[in-house]
Design a protein around this ligand. Structure first.
Ligand SMILES: Cc1ncc(COP(=O)(O)O)c(C=O)c1O
Length: 460
């Protein structure tokens, strides 16, 4: 038996008596220690196997045992294990990766800057936008709009943009008054009684325009949005949402930044969420499935016009004071490049599109379960929102921890899912999941929901 260094007893599962009922919720005293992986499955140190129904943190697109990625890392380690990107240096895998990425990205994006994580990509995008507006002689144009329940990372600037209270509480945030949040595009949760989806979408577009006008268009720099909001509860926007808001952003010279950290590389059934929702981004952030998470790498993609202003400003200031020791690490870049080659050669995105109808059909069937208020998704991402009353959409008391109870009840059935804010359970398996594994995932989730029902009925 292995014990993780920081855990008291990694394999001890304690059964806590649920505060509202006598239902026993499994609570890990130590972490669930994962020791190995194969395809979409992982195994704990007790030999128990699970479907990794969240692809780790929405990222291991190619599963847990892709040998080509291992070999790509080994080859690059052998050849050139490190070189940085400062002072006009680069490496072959980074150049090749940038070219490949620009080749598949939405048309206007022409330049790529590599970093190590999604949060760093967001922080970098924010700083480059400020640098850009200083360069354009618009030093007042610095405010940034995001949505409530958005997740853009957890570093200092990204944490301001993330629209979830847990990113701030206890961390002395906000420290800056440059960040604003508008309504989440969840028609289910944020639509007014009787409001159609079209009217809801129009109202949200008006809200953004009203905010830009109230702040003053000369002070608003950018709007950041995940095509599908992931960690905030898998919010799939109305199809018309981005159509309605992009002309408003354009009208007031506000940059559209697509945060594709989760949606990028096939998750929604197209290469990018921007393709699925017709977004023409000025900047785009990518990470996670860029390397199937085998090594850390992320990037900021931008238009030529944006880049040209940065280049001029850099001439004026003497240097671009932006970069990271490990940004564009050649081994990570080689693995990312191999990941993109695999997507292309194996037709991974086409396969997602072929498997998505079955995934979405099995997901939609959960609408029939008494605990499920809404089952929603697109491509190979989805979620169920747990409610106490389907008609009123009332939720269980927070102390009932309904979504956490469902996720905990998935474990004995051999399934890892993740509870998300708003009593939502997220589902985001590796893209390589097969049809029969999709069935297994949803069979196990249905069992976990049945197991959770009696306790929740008492908690209501
Ligand atoms: C949409 C989005 N943006 C940014 C981030 C931050 O990425 P990281 O955890 O790599 O810093 C995440 C992480 O889940 C994310 O989902």
């Amino acid at each position: 038996m292995t014990i993780a260094p920081n855990s008291l007893a990694a394999r001890d599962i304690a059964y806590n008596v649920h505060p509202f009922t006598n239902f026993r919720v499994h609570e890990q005293q130590g972490p669930l220690v994962i020791t190995k992986g194969r395809g979409v499955f992982v195994e704990d140190d007790d030999g128990k196997e699970y479907i990794e129904g969240m692809a780790g943190l929405w990222c291991t697109s190619l599963g847990f045992s892709n040998k080509r990625l291992v070999e790509a890392a080994r080859r690059q380690m052998d050849h050139l294990p490190y070189m940085h990107q400062f002072a006009h240096r680069s490496t072959e895998p980074v150049i090749e990766l940038a070219e490949k990425l620009i080749g598949i990205a939405p048309e206007p994006l022409k330049k790529a800057f590599f970093v190590n994580s999604g949060s760093e990509a967001i922080d970098t995008a924010i700083k480059l936008i400020w640098y850009y507006n200083n360069g354009r002689g618009k030093p007042e144009k610095k405010r940034i709009i995001a949505r409530r329940r958005a997740y853009h990372g957890i570093t200092l600037a990204a944490g301001h943009l993330t629209g979830l209270p847990y990113a701030r509480a206890g961390f002395d945030l906000p420290m800056s008054d440059r960040f604003f949040h508008v309504t989440t595009p969840s028609h289910y949760r944020d639509g007014l009684p009787g409001e159609s989806e079209a009217d809801f979408t129009d109202r949200l577009a008006r809200e953004i325009e009203t905010l830009i006008l109230a702040l003053g268009p000369d002070t608003v720099a950018a709007f950041f949005a995940e095509p599908v909001q992931g960690a905030g509860g898998v919010i799939v926007p109305p199809q018309a949402y981005f159509h309605k808001i992009q002309p408003i952003l354009k009208k007031y010279d506000v940059l559209m930044v697509a945060d594709e950290v989760i949606c990028g590389f096939g998750r929604t059934g197209n290469m990018f969420g921007s393709n699925t929702f017709d977004i023409a981004p000025d900047l785009m952030t990518v990470a996670k499935q860029l390397s199937s998470a085998y090594l850390p790498i992320a990037g900021v993609l931008m238009r030529d016009e944006f880049y040209e202003v940065l280049a001029e400003q850099t001439q004026k200031l003497g240097m671009l004071g932006m970069g990271y020791t490990y940004g564009g690490h050649p081994v990570s870049a080689a693995v990312a490049l191999e990941t993109l080659k695999i997507y292309e050669e194996e037709g991974t995105i086409d396969q997602v599109r072929a498997k998505a109808p079955r995934f979405q059909e099995r997901l939609a069937q959960l609408n029939g379960h008494p605990l499920v208020g809404e089952a929603r998704g697109v491509g190979l991402i989805g979620a169920i929102e747990i409610v106490a009353d389907k008609a009123t959409k009332a939720q269980y008391p927070a102390a009932a921890k309904a979504a956490a109870a469902v996720a905990a009840n998935c474990l004995p059935h051999g399934l890892i899912l993740r509870p998300l804010p708003g009593d939502v359970v997220g589902i985001c398996p590796p893209l390589i999941i097969t049809d029969s594994e999709i069935d297994l995932l949803f069979d196990r989730l249905a069992q976990a929901l049945d197991d959770t029902l009696p306790a929740m009925q008492q908690a209501a």
